[in-house]
Design a protein around this ligand. Structure first.
Ligand code: FAD
Length: 404
């Protein structure tokens, strides 16, 4: 079997690449390999489902270049297919008074990135999100932030690609590559030849890249995101996303309140960003990968001990958030009326494919796209890669020299 492009990983990034290769008439001779029995078992199916409006990112970053356009395109695509979408907007409120000045930074970043954003006062905040408190009286309002059902979006795109003759082969957890021959041997021994390979393996992207001799200075640090949710019988009503001012030294947005895109939305609270013991260790400490993650943890501990960017304080806070009483105290900074009995632990858990750069000894903040032999490696596809996926795919494609 000969294919122009083989894509490793059928998450939102991999499928968007396949979609854009076809839309731009570059090729439709594409095969997607995924190690799971169904798509959506990792980040693209387990995220918050928020299509971000582009407020957070430094204007010269890749994230800034792709977020606003990506969100607009994906929103249009979702509406054209009548998939659920909750156009509820988002407020960002400073949870402590000293964080107020960060609102100006986020406002200016949003404006530079082409996002629609307004600075609002207490009265306006009260109309949009009556339960939310701003410690300084000011808040940011992002009317274009929406919430979607991410797994449904992914599976709809999957079905469309199958209709367009993209071959999606699941349960490929033991493929082998011969880089010189540009050949992959599948689990069952079948061989496929490719002209170009694109690695979009999410939590495993660094391992796949290393097969091609690429990205050796990066190590994956998985950060687990636990969610809580408002109980159905809670008296608290939250109809918009309520986010804290994030710590701009780390690539996470802080625990937030997100109404889902269901007819009768539930409100998710989360995700935390606690270092995970194992990159796919969703449920606990049972993973065999725990042992191989010891080395990575020691590097993380190094950064922790050096306390770069206030990291130590951040990790402490995040671990503590896994305890309900502490989480409630933190949530009360945004929604003062919330009480212990309003909240229950959700079974929703996600793990971020966060890279650590062993040379700079820092967490990578931006998307990375590295070139290898007849291959391209999409690394650190952290938030907002779901939101930005169509435009991110275009940017990746623009930088590939295809030879077919
Ligand atoms: C808790 C959490 C909340 C988030 N919230 C948001 C949000 O609200 N908005 C937003 O825009 N982004 C959010 N994100 C980020 C977003 O989900 C990701 O950026 C995006 O889904 C990445 O897509 P991906 O295709 O790169 O990875 P994935 O969805 O992880 O897909 C990678 C695929 O590769 C497959 N794979 C792995 N290894 C191999 C292999 N060796 N061979 C074959 N297949 C392989 C996996 O099975 C998987 O299907 C969140 C992420 C998390 C974890």
């Amino acid at each position: 079997m000969n294919f122009d492009v083989v894509i490793i990983g059928g998450g939102m990034v991999g499928l968007s690449l396949a979609n854009q290769l076809i839309e731009r008439k570059i090729t439709n001779n594409i095969i997607v390999l995924d190690k799971e029995k169904e798509l959506g078992k990792h980040s693209s199916g387990l995220n918050s489902g928020v299509l971000h409006a582009g407020l957070y990112y430094e204007p010269d970053s890749l994230k800034a270049r792709v977020c606003v356009s990506g969100a607009t395109r994906l929103k249009k695509w979702i509406k054209e297919r009548n998939l659920p979408i909750n156009e509820c907007g988002k407020v960002i409120v400073p949870q402590r008074e000293e964080l107020d000045s960060q609102l100006d930074i986020l406002y200016n970043r949003g404006k530079s990135n082409g996002a629609k954003v307004e600075m609002i006062d207490e009265n306006e905040l009260n109309k949009i999100a009556p339960e939310a408190l701003s410690s300084s009286g000011r808040a940011l309002w992002s009317p274009n932030t929406v919430v979607v059902k991410s797994k449904l979006v992914l599976n709809t795109l999957e079905n469309e690609l199958i209709q367009k003759n993209v071959k999606i082969v699941l349960h490929q957890n033991n493929w082998k590559v011969n880089i010189r021959k540009r050949m992959i041997t599948l689990n069952n021994g079948d061989e496929i030849n490719y002209s170009h390979l694109i690695n979009c393996a999410g939590l495993q992207a660094d391992k796949v890249a290393r097969l091609f001799g690429v990205g050796r200075k990066y190590i994956l640090f998985p950060f687990k995101g636990l969610y809580w949710s408002l109980k159905r019988d809670s008296k608290i009503r939250i109809n918009t996303n309520v986010y804290p001012v994030p710590d701009l030294n780390v690539p996470f947005l802080g625990v937030h309140f997100t109404p889902t895109a269901d007819d009768n939305p539930t409100v998710n609270i989360g995700p935390t960003a606690t270092p995970a013991l194992g990159r796919e260790n969703y449920r606990g400490f049972e993973s065999l990968e725990f042992f191989s993650s010891i080395r990575n943890l020691s590097l993380l501990a190094n950064q922790y001990l050096l306390n770069k960017g206030g990291f130590r304080k951040y990790v402490h806070e995040q671990y503590l958030l896994t305890f309900k009483p502490i989480m409630i105290q933190s949530a009360q900074q945004l929604i003062p009326r919330i009480r212990y009995d309003d909240v229950e632990l959700s079974n929703k858990v996600g793990i971020r494919s966060q890279l650590f750069n062993t040379e700079t000894q820092r967490l990578e903040d931006d998307f990375l796209c590295l070139e290898g032999p007849d291959s391209t490696h999409v690394m650190n596809a952290i938030s907002p890669a779901f939101t930005a996926s169509f435009t991110l795919a275009d940017l990746i494609i623009d930088n590939i020299r295809f030879n077919f």
